[in-house]
Design a protein around this ligand. Structure first.
Ligand SMILES: NC(=O)C1=CN([C@@H]2O[C@H](COP(=O)(O)OP(=O)(O)OC[C@H]3O[C@@H](n4cnc5c(N)ncnc54)[C@H](OP(=O)(O)O)[C@@H]3O)[C@@H](O)[C@H]2O)[C@@H](O)CC1
Ligand SMILES: Nc1ncnc2c1ncn2[C@@H]1O[C@H](COP(=O)(O)OP(=O)(O)O)[C@@H](O)[C@H]1O
Ligand SMILES: [K+]
Length: 521
């Protein structure tokens, strides 16, 4: 079934290894070339539905099965009356290219010959005009940096900003598992992912190059193909988030909603803790206590007088069982901050660690003691690092973290036996049991100081209200959804972190009201 991937429905995500298993199992059970027939037909169907006015269609076909999908689509589109030309990439001559084709693609090539499909070798310096380019150069078989002829063709294609590009399976040059671009990568208008969604289409530095995202599972869920390997991750959707949110209207009194206690806000950074506290209050916490570590900090937040500003001792003692602690926003790295972190780690309350709490865990002289205390915790514990904080905790580099965000999140969750929210576009959430989710909501409006503090406060509020670590998924989803809602309503600027919680609350209301079905072509 052909489905538009949006924010409504959660979707399983499969890495290349799992996809290969599915392919192999299907090849054993189905008549020859069935999956490629289905893949090519799906591409042609989407091309016609999504680009109905595209008359001239150029198909760029690599020498693998991704190219084979392109050939099958080309045949269908020519039969549908489109002006189709195929350009082969991956050989000096057409004969050389054809000799390299694997069996399924070689079958597609014989079909294309029988159909008298116009086909020639691609010349990167002479890419003809078209209304639509089908990018069937490279799929999940990409190995290493894109080689010269293909890379030059991709560069020429990307320079055609006036034409639409539909990528088959994934934008050529994109690593399906990690979302990194290998030297050159197609910038697609739309991508039709085949069989399953890949991690690299959901997170990673180049994942946004896929454009609008579509999926066709090629009916592998029916019949004998039902026994699929477990997905590597789940892309979050509203249907998964909705049941994770508490019903605040049912709270009998403020004690039932859960309390949040925030510790942070050292000199020069008091705003971070206040932003987290305000977010917790707006996301429904019954009571929010904030300890500002700056000794000269004000005693009240005049813009949010509902926050109760107290000293650290008051927040770290007599912690009720419906209370979530949050340590770190603007906390600084000094002894007072470290002492609070140590006491919070020793508590039995649910705990969210952000910003400087993560930096203390990674860098302080006492890091090994703090880390041991972290690993020993039995209560819910969530780390919310951005890539630099994750790199420090993993004793790695930002580049290495960004090269494989799923692995980095999983490694952190395993190393510290807790939940991890690896932030950035396509936030990755990993549980101690090594389950992984990828968030697809959000935009560059969130790239503003303090938006991480708001997220941390929201995570704490939802954990306090539900008592469930999985509420973290809801906080991340709402945080991104808020930025999208703002952008749709008011445009690409003007939002600061302080605005975010209100928009999160509105997104929450939208979510409760929504009852939509997936788009189908
Ligand atoms: N089989 C099936 O049942 C189904 C398969 N399906 C489809 O097949 C796709 C996977 O096909 P695949 O495994 O043939 O790999 P593919 O992505 O075409 O790449 C291999 C080609 O790329 C080349 N190449 C590699 N690296 C390169 C580089 N760095 N720079 C330049 N070139 C490079 C490599 O050349 P070689 O290294 O072998 O010389 C070879 O020519 C999958 O994404 C989906 O679209 C669907 O139809 C579902 C059913
Ligand atoms: N382009 C983007 N798309 C989606 N989310 C983003 C984007 N840029 C930033 N974010 C989100 O914004 C937040 C920024 O957090 P962080 O880096 O800790 O900021 P700060 O420390 O200033 O509060 C994270 O939740 C991150 O995932
Ligand atoms: K492709």
């Amino acid at each position: 079934m052909l489905t538009r991937i949006g924010s409504l429905h959660a979707v399983p995500v499969y890495g290349v290894e799992a996809l290969r298993q599915i392919e192999t199992a299907a090849a054993q059970r189905l008549p020859a070339h069935t999956l490629m027939q289905r893949a090519g037909a799906a591409v042609a169907r989407l091309a016609q539905a999504r680009f109905p006015h595209a008359r001239r269609i150029v198909v760029l076909a690599g020498a693998g099965n991704n190219g084979g999908d392109g050939l099958v689509a080309a045949i269908a589109l020519q039969r549908a009356g489109r002006d189709v030309r195929v350009f082969a990439c991956g050989g000096e001559t057409l004969g050389e290219w054809a000799c390299r084709l694997p069996p399924d693609a070689a079958w597609a090539w014989t079909e294309a010959l029988a159909e008298q499909l116009p086909c020639s070798v691609a010349n990167p310096d002479d890419l003809p005009d078209a209304d639509l380019y089908l990018d069937a150069l490279l799929g999940i078989g990409l190995r290493g940096a894109v080689r010269d002829q293909t890379a030059r063709l991709i560069q020429k294609l990307n320079a055609r900003t006036d034409a639409a590009v539909l990528s088959v399976d994934l934008p050529s040059g994109l690593d399906a598992d990690t979302g990194i671009a290998h030297q050159a990568c197609v910038r697609a208008t739309a991508t039709l992912s085949l069989i399953g969604l890949k991690p690299g289409l959901c997170t990673g530095p180049a994942s946004h190059l896929c454009g609008e995202l579509w999926l066709d599972d090629l009916d592998i869920h029916s019949g004998a193909e039902r026994a699929l390997p477990a997905p590597d991750a789940t892309r979050l959707g509203a249907d998964l988030i909705r049941p994770l949110l508490p019903d605040l209207a049912l709270a009998a009194h403020k004690g039932k909603r859960g309390d949040v206690r925030v510790i942070g806000g050292a000199a020069g950074m008091t705003g971070a803790a206040l932003l987290a506290g305000r977010a917790a209050a707006l996301l429904g916490a019954g009571k929010v206590f904030v300890c500002l570590l700056d000794t000269r900090a004000p005693a009240v937040d005049m813009q949010a007088p509902e926050l109760m500003l107290r000293p650290a001792d008051a927040l770290l003692e007599a912690i009720g069982d419906k209370t979530c602690l949050l340590v770190g926003p603007g906390a600084g790295l000094d002894e007072a901050s470290r002492a609070c972190l140590a006491r919070a780690l020793a508590s039995t309350a649910p705990l969210v660690l952000d910003a400087d709490a993560l930096n203390l865990l990674a860098a302080n002289d006492h890091a090994s003691t703090l880390q041991a205390a972290l690993r020993q915790r039995r209560a819910i514990t969530v780390l919310t690092p951005h890539p630099l904080e994750a790199a420090r905790l993993l004793e790695s580099t930002v580049q290495a973290v960004e090269m494989d965000r799923l692995r980095a999140a999983r490694d952190l969750a395993a190393r510290f036996a807790c939940w991890v929210v690896l932030k950035g576009r396509g936030t990755v959430i990993a549980s101690p049991e090594q389950n992984v989710w990828i968030n697809a909501t959000g935009n560059g409006l969130l790239a503003t100081a303090g938006s991480g503090d708001v997220l941390a406060g929201s995570v704490a509020a939802l954990i306090a209200a539900t008592g469930q670590a999985s509420a973290v998924l809801a906080a991340v989803w709402l945080h991104g959804q808020a930025a999208e809602r703002y952008a749709a309503k008011l445009g690409p600027s003007g939002m600061t972190a302080a605005h975010l919680p209100k928009w999160m609350a509105l997104s929450w209301a939208d979510l409760m009201a929504a009852h939509s079905a997936p788009a189908q072509a």
